[in-house]
Design a protein around this ligand. Structure first.
Ligand SMILES: Cc1cc2nc3c(=O)[nH]c(=O)nc-3n(C[C@H](O)[C@H](O)[C@H](O)COP(=O)(O)OP(=O)(O)OC[C@H]3O[C@@H](n4cnc5c(N)ncnc54)[C@H](O)[C@@H]3O)c2cc1C
Length: 285
């Protein structure tokens, strides 16, 4: 099916793109188009204007910024998946990018696009949550920072305003280790997550000093698993501590049944993947 008619602009600068968004409240940003275009073709979504940011220079790098790494708006899933910097400081995000879609999708879709899209079963939001990422949003009024924990608001809804562009994300260099694991809708790591979890852990003197644990595919949005984090931080990181944290994976979470699993199955998978992500993260910490 073809999309409904829409205006298309491909600004050559960020300022021009922000002007176009401010002047056209019915406009939508396009990065890789891997989620936006299918929705438009199915006519599930029909913006009046598409603002293609793909030609804006300076947004396609992953850079080392001393206390954090910066991932630009046009960094593709493939770049995130294969970057040595991301592997070192946010292995969970690298794995989530590597498990996103197929090769074509990974060469075209962007990490920031995946975050902005905020699908409840997307991979990289969980990686960004575990990494403690900060989202950098720009509008004509300037830039603002949004913590990953506050960014995913609801199904397909992020904290971005309609006139804002997610120009990049920052990942703090906080040491420790992280990992992401999931069951994909087509088995293994393929396709969106039936359920998945990302974990970041830092240990000191035999104690889990700090940890972040995030779920995807389970609730109404990608989110931190507060119960698991509470159980795991301050523990000895042993198998028993992992089991105790996994047991609390869905505490406070409204688990949603969907075409891919019942509520009970999703809750079970949440426990399984929290345990697996913690084991793998600890092995890297
Ligand atoms: C066949 C197929 C398989 C897929 N499998 C998976 C999978 O296994 N796991 C997974 O997580 N995802 C999967 N996806 C989705 C894919 O990862 C998309 O690339 C991603 O969701 C969106 O990135 P994009 O750059 O293509 O964004 P676009 O499609 O361009 O945009 C998506 C949405 O985000 C907004 N947006 C995009 N960039 C910005 C920005 N910088 N600032 C503000 N708003 C922005 C757009 O306005 C739009 O609403 C799949 C997609 C396809 C087509």
């Amino acid at each position: 099916m073809y999309p409904r008619e829409f205006d298309y602009v491909a600004p050559a600068s960020l300022d021009e793109a922000l002007d176009a968004l401010a002047a056209n409240p019915g406009a939508k940003v396009m990065s890789g188009g891997m989620s936006l275009l299918p929705l438009m073709k199915m006519r599930l979504f029909s913006p009046e204007m598409v603002v293609d940011i793909g030609r804006i220079p300076g947004l396609d790098d992953i850079t080392d910024q001393e206390d954090h790494i910066a991932i630009g708006a046009l960094v593709r899933h493939h770049q995130t998946a294969t970057s040595a910097l991301v592997a070192e400081h946010a292995a969970a995000l690298a794995e989530a990018a590597a498990y996103t879609g197929d090769n074509q999708v990974r060469r075209r879709g962007t990490t920031c696009g995946s975050l902005a899209h905020a699908d409840i079963a997307a991979d990289q939001p969980a990686g960004a949550l575990a990494a403690g990422a900060t989202m950098v949003a720009a509008s004509k009024n300037g830039k603002r920072e949004i913590a990953a924990a506050d960014f995913f608001v609801d199904t397909l809804t992020s904290a971005l305003e309609p006139d804002e562009i997610l120009v990049g994300i920052r990942i703090p260099k906080t040491g420790g280790g992280s990992a992401y694991d999931k069951l994909g809708r087509r088995g293994g790591h393929s396709d969106y997550a039936v359920a998945g979890a990302a974990a970041w852990v830092r240990k000191s003197n035999g104690t889990v000093e700090d940890a972040r644990i995030a779920l995807t595919g389970v609730g109404t949005k990608p989110m931190l698993a507060a119960g698991s984090m509470e159980a795991f931080i301050g523990s000895d990181g042993s198998a028993a501590a992992i089991a105790a944290a996994a047991d609390r994976a869905t505490e406070g979470v409204t688990v949603l049944e969907d075409l891919y699993g019942s509520e009970a199955y999703k809750a079970h998978l949440a426990r399984v993947f929290v345990a697996r992500a913690l084991e793998q993260a600890l092995a890297r910490a």
